[in-house]
Design a protein around this ligand. Structure first.
Ligand code: C5P
Length: 146
């Protein structure tokens, strides 16, 4: 058997960790909340689960509470992260959590032109941002949609 000599371990340069964007799935009475982006221009008109970037000094749960307060004027409690992570663009990855609405009625206060509570049958009809399509599909499956 040839002898294999291994030199000192040389690791490939580590890719910088992607910044996490957290988005919240608000469910009420079997309906899912969707928010339509108004900004930036490149995303305007697309539907998403509301959320935003986790700041360096924040836990994802804290970022969710902050983002949904800023964007929708509601108080939420993060419940559970969906399995999976969806690339948004280089250096940015989407994580999705189910959240409970504790107080307030969602309104499009920042970066959105509209919010809508969707019946399961309506969910596939919207133009979702590409990275939101798969987590939304998972949520629909959990809602027991056909
Ligand atoms: O809301 P904010 O601008 O902080 O979001 C950062 C990025 O994450 C944006 O490019 C936005 O399009 C993306 N995003 C997404 N899906 C979501 C929430 C945010 O792709 N559900």
């Amino acid at each position: 058997m040839p002898e294999h000599r291994t030199g000192p371990e040389v690791s490939p340069p580590a890719a910088p960790a992607a910044r996490v964007v957290v988005a919240g799935a608000l469910l009420r009475g079997g309906r899912l909340l969707a928010a339509r982006r108004s900004a930036p221009a490149a995303l305007a008109g697309g539907w998403e689960l509301p959320g935003g970037k986790v700041e360096p000094d924040e836990l994802p749960e804290q970022a969710l509470v902050r983002e949904l307060r800023e964007e929708l004027g509601v108080l939420v409690r993060p419940l559970r992260r969906l399995p999976g992570a969806w690339p948004i663009r280089a250096g940015l990855v989407l994580h999705v959590w189910t959240v409970e609405l504790l107080a307030g009625e969602p309104e499009p206060l920042e970066d959105h032109s509209e919010v809508r509570w969707l019946e399961p049958a309506e969910v596939p009809l919207l133009a979702w941002l590409p990275q939101d399509v798969e987590p939304v599909r998972l949520l629909l499956a959990e809602l027991g949609a056909p």
